[in-house]
Design a protein around this ligand. Sequence first.
Ligand code: OAD
Length: 238
Amino acid sequence: MDGIEIARQRLRSSRSPVALTGAGVSAESGVPTFRGVEGLWKTLKPEDLATPEAFDRDPALVWEWYGWRRSIIASIRPNAAHYALVELEKRNPAFALITQNVDGLHSLAGSRNVIELHGSIWRTKCLGCGGSSEDRNAPIRIIPRCALCGGVLMPDVVWFGEALPEGLLDRAFEASEGADVMIAAGTSGVVQPTASLPSIAKKAGAYLIEVNPEPTPLSGIMDARLAGKAGELLPGLL
Ligand code: OAD
């Protein structure tokens, strides 16, 4: 497997680089990851907090959890990994950034072409009229209601058992098929269909670089595996 110098050269000569990011990219900012030793899913159950059924059963509990996560995210800043990806976009306007993160830190850092596949923690969706709007309150003490129709608002994020927004998924597939280099950073690579994007890129001829302290199910198809933290390795990769 190639090392960082070859990966750096491939990235430098890339015409259509793509990055796929996950919770690990925000870890150094202080956002908890889902899996791993201190991951949220070690002590909490996704079926209680991150499914449409959980919201139907107990919307107040789900909002309490999202409000808690909003409070954490509201007080932190993007880290060197986010800024490195901003730099990559500046160097190559064709760059596409596909993220599973709902924290908005890529955009806050300055990335423009961000495909937020799992939605945004800062948006709500109305169960009544379907309207989506920005809402930056944190924490959440009462279930928020739609200003237009009075309907119950839910976080505008993708939950387990839900399909990803079609338009965004199409864009992610398109970017992956057109990538000549793909960086998979800070993702455990276990949640589908997002986890299949690196193999789609690989089939289309892309050079794959993984940045993650731990090996993942994606490691086997990588051309370069950079073991370490995204905030330390991504700036060096550029
Ligand atoms: P995970 O929490 O599953 O995985 C985080 C990954 O980041 C792990 O592979 C860690 O080894 C790695 N990691 C930790 N610290 C890192 C660092 N400083 N630099 C680089 N890597 C680091 O996060 P995702 O793959 O994003 O979905 O999870 C995918 C989806 O599963 C999430 O969007 C969420 C979750 O359940 C829903 O809630 C629907």
